[in-house]
Design a protein around this ligand. Structure first.
Ligand SMILES: Cc1cc2nc3c(=O)[nH]c(=O)nc-3n(C[C@H](O)[C@H](O)[C@H](O)COP(=O)(O)OP(=O)(O)OC[C@H]3O[C@@H](n4cnc5c(N)ncnc54)[C@H](O)[C@@H]3O)c2cc1C
Length: 305
């Protein structure tokens, strides 16, 4: 059975969706956040770099955010997966995996991105504990420590100078042919950065803390942390299914206010940006909420409601 016609259905309850819910709740809009609860940073113990919440666990962050949004009576939450969306601007119909149905005037996709980690034995055990993807998120905790960067090709030349801001003790493992140019190899040599091309056999660890990286040729590289670049995929196929332009990298195309090419459909957070930080996602959620609210108010104003 379909519920009341909501002003906004928010798909995804991470920092982007939750901040949007807060802003829309304060703007007196009827909002439901449908969230299946699989946030991108669930593997980590702490969220860093978010003013007033530096070091808070991802689950505690979401608990506080939900508590704050819930203070506004027009905001509600549903733990479920949105599986299909029909309709157009003014009346979208959303159905969920548990068979619930919702209808809303506007839609906000805040579905995040998902990381496909590398297929290296031992990586899953350390991911989120001592192996990370973003030095802005976790570089401080690994400062001055011996690290291994798993990366190849042009990405190495981005990673190496970046990581050098946190530690000078790092080694590059390309896990196969390095795909570097002679100039790039020379640049790394000048900076005394060791580069190993042999495939990685395993990552050895104790209680999630890396001890060493072992290569197929028998080389062992002692280290206490790892940075690597995962393959990113979009958090949900629904934006594409409703006709949103989605890049090859899985990012939904939006304007500065989160508006997609589909009337009445907005997107915010990691899935609509190349800047993947909780505070950026929250900020995008707030901007999209303001734009949606403006559109709803203007629609009503024009109808002289
Ligand atoms: C290992 C790791 C560590 C990180 N550390 C930090 C850090 O320290 N500081 C920092 O600022 N950032 C950090 N990040 C990045 C941060 O997690 C993201 O930038 C942030 O979570 C993006 O928020 P979001 O709201 O866009 O998406 P998410 O937080 O991923 O939330 C999206 C939500 O939408 C839900 N969803 C998706 N599809 C559907 C659907 N069809 N129906 C219902 N729900 C759906 C998902 O289950 C999820 O709950 C880290 C990321 C990783 C991977």
């Amino acid at each position: 059975m379909e519920h009341q016609l909501l002003d906004v259905a928010i798909i995804g309850g991470g920092p982007a969706g939750l901040n949007a819910a807060l802003v829309l709740g304060r703007a007196r809009k009827n909002v439901t956040v449908i969230d299946e609860g699989r946030p991108r940073n669930a593997v980590t113990r702490e969220t860093h770099g978010f003013l007033t919440r530096d070091g808070t666990s991802p689950s505690e962050f979401r608990r506080i955010a939900k508590e704050e949004s819930s203070a506004y009576p027009s905001v509600s939450f549903v733990e479920d997966t949105a599986v299909s969306i029909a309709g157009t601007d003014g009346h979208f119909q959303i159905t969920t995996a548990q068979g619930k149905a919702f209808a809303s005037k506007k839609l906000l996709f805040a579905v995040g991105m998902k990381d496909r980690t590398l297929d290296i034995p031992g990586l899953a055990e350390v991911y989120g504990k001592s192996a990370f993807i973003c030095p802005y998120c976790d570089g401080w905790e690994l400062r001055d420590k011996p690290l291994v960067i798993i990366s190849k090709g042009a990405d190495v030349m981005h990673f190496a100078p970046l990581i050098s801001g946190w530690t000078s003790r790092f080694t590059i493992c390309t896990n196969g042919p390095d795909e570097l140019t002679d100039e790039q190899r020379e640049e790394l040599r000048r900076h005394r950065v060791p580069v190993f091309e042999a495939p990685i056999r395993s990552i050895d660890s104790d209680d999630g803390i890396v001890r060493q990286v072992v290569l197929e040729d028998g080389t062992t590289i002692p280290c206490t942390g790892i940075f690597f670049k995962p393959e990113l995929v979009t958090g949900s196929d629904l934006p594409r299914a409703v006709g949103c332009h989605v890049s090859e990298a899985g990012t939904v195309a939006v304007d500065d206010f989160g508006k997609t090419n589909v009337p009445g459909v907005y997107s915010a957070g990691d899935v609509a940006s190349r800047l993947h930080q909780a505070i950026t996602a929250a900020s995008m959620g707030a901007f999209a909420a303001a734009a949606i609210n403006n559109e709803l108010n203007m629609d009503a104003w024009k109808r002289n409601e």
